[in-house]
Design a protein around this ligand. Structure first.
Ligand SMILES: [Zn+2]
Length: 308
């Protein structure tokens, strides 16, 4: 059984308000079909959305700690099952501080699955400049990359991207050509990138892909650009769902905190985040049973793999 964790930074379940929430107006036919005609917006309290292929439920990202949820502490909660903000006494981000680094080093999802003999991967490709800056101390890895590194998982690089073993954070490779100086990066359409995610996941038991542009767009507060990217994401989702057989396992689309769903503010939000679970009904229902907040994701993934 395969598990793909499609992590999207900074998306919450917001209001059905076209002026503030790009999810309320973006052209997203694949997501809408997946949700039985609904949009990815807030659900009434206690309601779980069920469709033919998916279950959507809200996850609390505040975790009982005052202030607005942040990326490093939220991602640490997702990747360790530990209430990192409660331990720190605050939400913290975007990059891990020493306390969060310690939480990530102490048995994260990648590490635990790897120790139990599962094949795991972080499917993002990182350019050489990223490795140079990390190694020289100019840059801190984010919580996801740090968790992978702590577990001894090599981060994939340009060679992996060119060989089709990894995906670029912008899905298509266009950003690598135009902004990172890799002028002959192979290009994918958004649809092909989604299909590639399905193919790559088949090489492992557990694979994670991190899409962080969503959080950047939330901070920028540009509705037009946000809708454009959601349309692109929807094409990725279409390619992924076409290439994916629901009997192969589960796809989880989830986030660390709200942001993009409310362009009335540049800041993060305290909205719940989506846990969108895609797969055969029995599989996704047993996975979703005990999901209430960010710390429930890692235990649910371990249960999925029969690992305690
Ligand atoms: Zn942010």
């Amino acid at each position: 059984m395969k598990f793909l964790f499609f992590f999207m930074d900074g998306i919450g379940l917001g209001q059905d308000d076209r002026r503030r929430n790009p999810f309320a107006q973006a052209e997203m036919p694949n997501l809408s079909a997946l949700l039985g005609g609904e949009r990815l917006i807030g659900l009434p309290p206690g309601v779980v959305l069920e469709s033919e292929r998916a279950t959507l439920l809200p996850l609390d990202a505040c975790l009982g700690v005052a202030g607005l949820p942040q990326s490093a502490s939220g991602q640490a909660a997702l990747l360790t099952g530990v209430n990192a903000p409660a331990i720190l006494g605050e939400h913290f981000g975007p990059k891990p501080n020493p306390a969060i680094a310690e939480i990530l080093a102490n048995g994260n999802l990648f590490e635990t699955l790897k120790e139990k003999g599962r094949r795991v991967a972080l499917l993002n490709a990182y350019p050489q400049a990223y490795f140079t800056e990390i190694n020289s101390g100019q840059r801190l890895p984010g919580a996801v990359a740090m968790a992978a590194l702590e577990s001894g998982l090599p981060l994939m690089n340009a060679d992996d991207l060119f060989a089709g073993r990894a995906l670029s954070a912008d899905f298509t490779g266009k950003g690598w050509r135009e902004r990172l100086g890799y002028h002959d990066t192979p290009l994918l359409s958004f649809n092909q990138a989604g299909a590639r995610l399905a193919e790559l996941t088949r090489n492992y038991d557990f694979a994670l892909f991190e899409f962080w542009v969503s959080d950047v767009l939330g901070h920028r507060k540009d509705m037009h650009e946000a809708c454009l990217w959601l349309k692109r994401f929807d094409q990725v989702l279409g390619g992924l769902l076409d290439a994916w057989n629901d009997d192969e396992g589960l796809i989880l689309i989830a986030s660390d905190h709200g942001n993009l769903e409310d362009l009335g503010t540049r800041r993060h939000t305290d909205n719940p985040v989506p846990a969108l679970v895609i797969g055969a009904p029995d599989l996704r229902h047993s996975f979703s049973e005990r999901l209430g907040n960010l710390t429930d994701i890692m235990p649910a993934i371990l249960r999925f793999f029969d690992v305690e």
